[in-house]
Write a protein that binds this ligand. Sequence first.
Ligand code: NAD
Length: 330
Amino acid sequence: MRTRITEMLGIRYPIIQGGMQWVGTAEMASAVSNAGGLGILGALTQPTVEHLAREIERCHGMTQRPFGVNVTMLRTVNPPPYERIFRTIVDGGVRIVETAGNVPEEVFRGLKESGVLILHKCTSVRHGLAAQRRGVDVISIDGFECAGHPGEDDVPGLVLIPAAVRALSIPIIASGGIADGRGLAAALSLGADGVNMGTRFVLTQEAPVHESVKQALLRATERDTRVIMRNLKNSARVFANAIAEEVIDVERRRGTQLVYEDIQPLVAGARGRQALQSGEVDAGLVWAGMALGLIDDIPSCDELIERMVRECRSHLSRALACFLPEACLD
Ligand code: NAD
């Protein structure tokens, strides 16, 4: 496949594994890159910049193909040493960075000066336009269906993706709710140059997530996510486990009086990591998007990507067939 994204990033298929806290390790990222997509390490998944440097080196050792590093700049309890993180990424020979959140202009400038390609993830057209003006190379536009932080506008991909395509001139990656070849075909038809997936990649052989958590997510449907932290203007979509329901309960009781400290012990990232690694699915927040409803197996990244590409081709051909005189109507 060839799109503006495959050409710019030097990858075979326009399929990107979005940054995922606690999941974006060298095993995950290299598996996606080796399968022809773009794997992405999570910078904040590593406890220190020294660990990050080692993880980048490990990933270089596991794939000859390009991979990126995600740096999320959202509210967090312990502010990470961002300057050192960016320097470590550049020094580690990584040429693609996925940024997300409130990224200062000088960060974009510094990355550009270092010759890094910037994929900026955002949840609204206006933020995409601002990032384009600041020189980012690609916008990854994240619809309301997505896992993690969907922003506060609640615009789903079916509207957000074409709205972004119409407004922006740089390549667009469609993100949120995509898990199969239908999603890839739809994203390309809406004008995107590629897709980003998180939840789908959690349910692969190579994802560093406990089998029990994978099985719980596999059983889930598109109705099994919850949006929390709305009253803090830091909305987050997570798997509907016991902890998510407990957070909702506290939020309901506290209403507009809610402060972060009311829920902090429940939502702490460390607890989420514990859930993913121990297999106790209710031990902490497990981030997941509505795409859960589209997933019913745990393939290798290679099988997944090859299948998606095959399905995408057949769905696009099927759609094109509507224009043929002998159109198939069943
Ligand atoms: P953490 O333990 O610091 O925070 C847990 C959650 O609480 C995160 O969602 C964070 O945004 C939120 N939070 C922290 N301080 C807050 C405050 N003062 N007010 C409102 N909300 C607050 O973080 P973590 O789970 O270790 O994650 C580290 C970083 O990665 C955070 O910035 C987090 O938002 C981000 N992250 C992003 C996604 C995503 O989908 N983009 C998913 C997981 C984590």
